[in-house]
Design a protein around this ligand. Structure first.
Ligand code: GLP
Length: 240
């Protein structure tokens, strides 16, 4: 794992450079995208680069990590809505080339078809990840199997608690999500993980310096050959 510690602004610019490199060398690349508050600065940077003509998304396609079960794409807390409003509506990507797992998915068999669609598109070239306080990536909660494909995951109480800030009350936070599996994520050619803030310091120490374990899903990224982790000084504050 390559670890880069910079201010948020600099980290977003450096991460954006990975997109410039990829989109300019392989315009029809496949991007793996993430939601959460962390990628917002990076998305703003990608929008700026697109508007300035430095990058184009016109030939690429994208697959998002996850979606809440029970929310359709028009719900303002759905991840489809998040992606439209925070990235897709502002860049030259073809909407019909953007994929977000379906919040109406009913079974793991159906969910796994998402992996087939990713493979058919050529596999993810660059996967962006945030991280939950318990080390979840996408919505892969602790103990999700290493080989897992896209599947339905029961959200832990701590994840629902952390995400309730976006809903009127905890009762409205969905109990389940559909997420790319750990196995799906590990197949990506290049992975970027971004974490900012002191509240991510403890989990980043476990992720980077702990033994790889399914108890801390993000720590399994140590087993991937091309991962860059972008941290601000606060998120890196417990690293030795
Ligand atoms: C959610 C998403 C994750 C994200 C995490 C952290 O649980 N499913 O993909 O990484 O939140 O969110 P934030 O970036 O807001 O801390």
């Amino acid at each position: 794992m390559k670890v880069i510690i910079e201010s948020k602004e600099k980290a977003n610019k450096l991460a954006a450079e990975q997109y410039v490199k990829l989109l300019n060398s392989k315009p029809d690349c496949v991007l793996g995208l993430a939601t959460g508050s962390t990628p917002l600065g990076l998305y703003a940077e990608l929008i700026r680069l697109n508007k300035e003509g430095i990058i184009s998304f016109s030939k690429c396609s994208s697959f998002n990590l996850d979606e809440y079960i029970g929310l359709d794409g028009t719900h303002d807390q759905s991840y489809r809505y998040f992606m439209n409003t925070n990235l897709f509506d502002h860049v030259d990507i073809r909407k019909d080339h953007t994929f977000v797992p379906s919040g109406s998915c009913k079974s793991d068999e159906e969910a796994a078809l998402y992996d087939e669609a990713i493979e058919k598109a050529g596999g993810v070239d660059l996967q962006l990840l945030g991280i939950g306080h318990n080390g979840h990536i996408g919505f892969n909660e602790p103990l999700t199997p290493f080989e897992s494909k896209t599947h339905i995951e029961k959200l832990t109480d701590s994840t629902r608690e952390a995400n309730k800030r976006f809903f009127a009350s905890i009762d409205e936070v969905p109990t389940h999500a559909i997420t790319m599996g750990i196995g799906t994520i590990m197949k990506s050619k290049i992975i970027i993980l971004v974490a900012f803030g002191e509240d991510k310091a403890e989990i980043m120490k476990k992720t980077i310096e702990g033994k790889p374990t399914i108890s801390v899903p993000a720590s399994l990224l140590q087993l991937h050959t091309d991962v860059t982790v972008y941290l601000d000084p606060e998120a890196a504050s417990l690293l030795s």
